[in-house]
Design a protein around this ligand. Structure first.
Ligand code: FAD
Length: 569
């Protein structure tokens, strides 16, 4: 067994972890190590190929986590993809770059996280971004932007693919959705997302490759001698100082690779960035969590925080497809983000009162499912905020994505703010055993109902001119399987038999005041510890309407400044 010493040790060289590694190692008197279970994908075509979405699934760079059987969703397991590579999940994701609704980020501050609001985070979205202004051809195909929303000098290249879906497609979608009452949004990245938009991607347009976290934040800086990447190495747990009083002091990380187990020590801080599905498990393996769960595996309690691993929030995705008339090539980045009023029209009042009257039941059910680890009153506050976002602020209620292809026409969709809540916990004290993931998909009928409404809306849109001129028959599921007048139980079983996760898990180490069930403080410090922080999707207290990476890059940029400030460096 060997050991090594650094100022900062970061666990997880993924989307968020590499931002922090980069910003801390800007200071050449500071040493930084990153422990990453995966390896470099710089020469992996499944990663770099901008048309290669899904080709990395099931390969060695995909953790392919399995959920537990999903009780409310037909009983089967789901595979939750996540990147096991330098760059993390940004190496295998869909590259969509959409931020969040401004009021959603403002809610972070409203619940007690001072300084976390849209205005502050907006500057960090821009700090991370190296926006590539669209070319004339791209503008003709629908790319558009408001310059004041974008950063031009950040490390992360954001722009449109070299080959966008061509010609007439953009005006066809625009005209169709304007008829349905959804207006064109020329740039959804300024905090107002509702509408039809042609969003940018995380792409290096000149090189025509995916821009993942490693390409943006690590490879251009790899020569820094104070930045050490320890790849193909799994972190097992935190090593604590021997104190029995006061805040817990983290001194290092125990990690295992092909050569054995070693201790990697940190003089200043340890930062967990292993993602929403792993950081809570690392806390539990280190004795931070719910004493009942730690007790089951004989792990001594270092810090008692019952909510570690709770508040898991994900979305569910389904798709329909049609026979297409034309062949449309290129990477499509067309999204419709309708509000609840746009989706439900006159039926919205009934829905609104139904949801309102159920919030207490949702809070009770989730609290009970957590064996009381999450308090009903905290859940009720969160559900009320979510209700207000949907019905008062009218944030997007769903995302609908169009992918026209070779005489085929696929449409995927996901309701953005489900009420279901789940958890993730260790199922062994052995760090090589993966945690038990239980998102509780479709815990509430309302989350199924949202799926049905969006699918019916898509059918309506595909039957509306001029979009209807691009398609023939519905191929999947087809009207024979799911007739226009299908009963709600037919819809219910189709949705549960065909859904997949939308791969947006958040919330499992929520940033909230400790008395409201938080795991980390507004400085992203784990409560009860002196020098252990978390920077990744697990700290987002609530689900977002945007895809996650843009916000994670911004959060990690801000977190880096907070870390530097707290050490006066
Ligand atoms: P990650 O990027 O997952 O980083 C965690 C890192 O920690 C990984 O590298 C992992 O290998 C490492 N790690 C884990 N455990 C250990 C351990 N014990 N020891 C050492 N290392 C460890 N978002 C978008 O913005 N746009 C999209 O189009 C989009 N599409 C998606 C499509 C798919 C298929 C998936 C799976 C996700 C998608 N997302 C998308 C979501 C987004 O990519 C993720 O939310 C985000 O990348 C998560 O970042 P993170 O920093 O929290 O974790």
């Amino acid at each position: 067994p060997s050991s090594a010493y650094y100022d900062f040790v970061i666990v997880g060289g993924g989307t968020s972890g590499l931002v922090v590694a980069n910003r801390l190692s800007e200071l050449n008197n500071i040493t930084v190590a990153v422990i990453e279970a995966g390896e470099s994908t710089l020469n992996n075509f499944n990663v770099s190929n901008v048309m290669g979405y899904s080709t990395a699934f099931g390969t060695q760079i995909d953790w392919a986590y399995q959920t537990v059987n999903q009780t409310y969703a037909g009983g089967l397991k789901q595979t939750v993809r996540a990147g096991k590579a330098l760059g993390g999940t940004s190496t295998i994701n869909g590259m969509s770059y959409t931020r969040a609704e401004d009021v959603q980020i403002d809610n972070w501050e409203a619940v007690g996280n001072k300084g976390w609001n849209w205005k502050n985070l907006f500057e960090y979205y821009k700090k991370s971004e190296g926006f590539q202004v669209p070319t004339e051809d791209q503008i003709a195909d629908g790319a558009n932007y408001n310059a004041s929303y974008h950063g031009m000098n950040g490390p992360l290249k954001v722009g449109w693919p070299t080959s966008m879906t061509n010609s007439s497609f953009f005006p066809v979608l625009r005209q169709t959705f304007e008829k349905l009452g959804v207006q064109y949004n020329s740039d959804a990245n300024g905090g107002k997302m509702v509408g039809f938009t042609v969003h940018p991607d995380t792409i290096d347009r000149e090189m025509n490759v995916r821009e993942d976290a490693a390409r943006a934040y690590y490879w251009p800086y790899e020569a820094r001698s104070n930045l050490k990447i320890i790849s193909n190495t799994r972190a097992n747990k935190i090593i604590w100082a021997n104190a029995t009083q006061g805040e817990a002091v983290a001194v290092g990380v125990e990690a295992t690779n092909a050569y054995g187990t070693q201790s990697i020590y940190a003089n200043k801080e340890i930062i967990l960035s292993a993602g929403a599905l792993r950081s809570p498990a690392l806390l539990e393996l280190s004795g931070v969590g719910n004493p009942v769960i730690l007790g089951e595996y004989g792990i001594p309690v270092k810090v008692n925080i019952t909510t570690v691993g709770e508040n898991l929030q994900d979305q569910t995705n389904n798709g329909l497809s049609w026979e297409g008339i034309d062949t449309l090539t290129g990477l499509a980045t067309f999204s419709i983000l309708p509000s609840v009023n746009q989706l439900y029209g006159n039926n919205v009042t009934a829905l609104e009162s139904y949801v309102k009257s159920n919030l207490i039941t949702y809070a009770k059910t989730v609290s009970t499912a957590s064996n009381g680890a999450v308090k009903e009153s905290d859940l009720l506050e969160a559900f009320n905020l979510q209700y207000d976002l949907i019905f008062k602020s009218q944030v997007p209620y769903a995302e609908v994505v169009f992918s026209p292809g070779d005489q085929s026409f696929a449409v995927e969709y996901w309701p953005l703010l489900p009420f279901s809540r789940g958890s993730i916990h260790i199922q062994s004290a052995n760090p090589s055993v993966l945690p038990a993931i239980n998102p509780n998909y479709f815990m509430f009928d309302q989350d199924v109902e949202a799926q049905v409404t969006v699918a019916q809306y898509i059918r309506k849109a595909l039957g509306t001119a001029p979009l209807n001129s691009l398609v023939r028959n519905e191929v999947f599921p087809g009207l024979d399987v799911l007739p226009a007048n299908a009963s709600s139980s037919t819809w219910d079983s189709w949705i549960k038999a065909n859904y997949r996760t939308n791969y947006h898990p958040v919330g499992t180490n929520s940033m909230l005041p400790r008395e409201k069930g938080g795991v980390v403080s507004p400085e992203l410090k784990v409560y009860g510890t002196k020098n252990l922080r978390i920077v990744d999707a697990s700290i987002l207290p609530f689900q977002l309407c945007g895809h996650l990476t843009s916000t994670l890059y911004a959060v990690a940029e801000r977190a880096s400044d907070l870390i530097k400030e707290s050490h006066l460096i």
